[in-house]
Ligand binder design. Structure first.
Ligand code: ADP
Ligand code: ASP
Ligand code: MG
Length: 441
């Protein structure tokens, strides 16, 4: 059995959904398939924007109306049936009152997840229509019935035992000739309230499905040729990485490699299920295989990853307890720096750290990490710092990554591309170096 997850750009509209249907049809002729879909490209951001407008008491109606219109138009292009059009309308009609309630002062967190989840629910209807148009028998799973979580809205933790049991029961009740199409990203708590798994969480849903249903493989279909050795946005010559083990992939994800959600690796690793990252727009490219490990890892780093928007924090007096800072997504930076221990946090997590009252806040920094099992025998933090310094780039702090598979530094944001280029050149591209060449000896 195969799980195929398609991200937002892969399902951005009717044409792309037809292409997805052809990829799924091909797979389904060989084995049973579960398809996991994200919201259409840009929809989750648009829903979040509508929600913010509502919170501020402003007009969200225009954003909401154009979202509805976009989905209706795509469904028409797919020759959607009247029940499918009614399903779209039912979702829109059910969710809009949440925005109205928030605008009138209702508490935000549960309502925000309800609103964001609409993206995947609407996408499910369109994906079902596209597969049916292609002649495939489909069964649709709204995963709010199946993915059981706690009530941590915005980043809910999955209750894995209950979720696996629910998924297996649904799977056994599904005719073997049907293709299952399921929503990524969303679940529900014990009270049946809609929850979300964190931005980018559809990858995690795919992995949960794969682990629960004993899949032979999990495929993450996206818009790049696999996990690249450097963030493509920085254009420093990153190339697809043929093979990563689960921990290496996790480190790349932890340090800004958006292509896989960090939680994706855990369920797959537990059951040793291979994950292949593939390009929907170049399906012949071999992509990246993430799996249990190579017998002879190369003595080189695999990738340079970057949290482009980060913030350095310091406390003059007592530093808050480490678990609190870690839970907020911060990494300790034990020097050099004006204070004994600074912490660096992705800007997206800043709101969670500010209540801990840092006395120093430096915006405009980037966390750059070198990742790979090949780093393991080396004291990597010092090597990374030396490599950045060698080209006279200022290192603001060295990061304690907590893993032997990654080493990281903090640099001024304006120099991030330069820092990534230097580190990529020295640790990845100039590979496969021996430990001695890494140190220039
Ligand atoms: P999807 O919508 O398919 O889930 P995402 O936008 O979540 O896609 O993830 C894919 C994007 O991740 C790529 O388009 C790329 O911009 C970004 N990205 C960041 N770092 C990396 C990396 N190391 N390798 C590949 N893509 C990366
Ligand atoms: N649609 C959600 C998001 O944009 C989940 C995902 O794409 O994985 O964050
Ligand atoms: Mg994604």
């Amino acid at each position: 059995m195969r799980v195929m997850k398609f991200g937002g750009t892969s399902v951005a509209g009717a044409d792309r959904l037809r292409h997805v249907a052809s990829l799924v049809g091909e797979a389904a002729s060989a084995e049973r398939v579960v398809v996991v879909v994200s919201a259409l490209a840009g929809v989750t951001d648009a829903l979040a924007a509508a929600f913010e407008l509502a919170v501020e008491g402003k007009r969200y109606q225009d954003t909401w109306a154009s979202l509805g219109e976009r989905h209706r138009v795509e469904l028409e292009t797919l020759h959607g049936q009247s029940e499918e059009a009614a399903a779209l309308d039912a979702i829109l009609t059910q969710v809009e009152p949440c925005l109205a309630a928030v605008q009138a002062g209702a508490p935000a967190p549960p309502a925000r997840d309800e609103v964001l989840a609409a993206g995947e629910r609407l996408s499910l209807v369109l994906a079902g229509a596209a597969l049916r148009e292609a002649g495939l028998p489909v069964v649709l799973w709204d995963t709010r019935r199946l993915v059981r979580t706690d009530s941590h809205f915005g980043e809910a933790r999955v209750r894995s035992g209950a979720t696996a049991a629910a998924l297996r029961a649904a799977w056994h009740a599904t005719p073997t000739n049907a293709v299952v199409v399921a929503t990524g990203f969303i679940g529900a708590d014990r009270y049946g309230r809609t929850t979300t798994l964190g931005r980018g969480g559809s990858d995690y849903t795919a992995s949960l499905m794969g682990a629960s249903l004993a899949a032979d493989r999990i495929e993450i279909w996206t818009d790049v040729d696999g996990v690249l050795s450097a963030p493509p946005a920085l254009a420093v010559g990153g190339v697809p990485i043929p093979y990563l083990d689960y921990q290496e992939a996790l480190e790349i994800a932890r340090f800004g490699g958006k292509v896989l959600h960090p939680n994706t690796m855990t369920p797959a690793a537990r059951h040793r299920i291979p994950i292949r990252v593939r390009n929907t727009f170049a399906p012949l490219a071999s992509g990246t295989l993430v799996g249990p490990g190579e017998p002879h890892p190369t003595p080189a780093a695999k990738a340079v990853s970057a949290v482009e928007e980060a913030v350095l924090l310091g406390w003059e007096g007592e530093v808050p307890p480490r678990p609190l800072l870690r839970a907020a997504g911060a990494f300790p930076c034990p020097g050099p720096g004006p204070l004994p221990t600074m912490w660096v946090v992705p800007a997206s997590s800043l709101a969670r750290v500010m209540p801990l009252r840092p006395t120093q806040v430096r915006h405009g920094v980037t966390l750059v990490a070198v990742v790979g099992r090949g780093l393991e025998p080396l004291p990597p933090a010092a090597a990374v710092r030396a490599a950045v310094r060698a080209v006279r780039l200022p290192v603001l702090a060295t990061v304690a990554t907590g893993s032997p598979l990654s080493a990281a530094v903090v640099v001024p944001r304006g120099l991030r591309a330069e820092a990534v280029r230097v580190l990529h050149q020295r640790f990845v591209a100039a590979a496969a170096p021996t430990a001695a060449t890494l140190y220039g000896r």
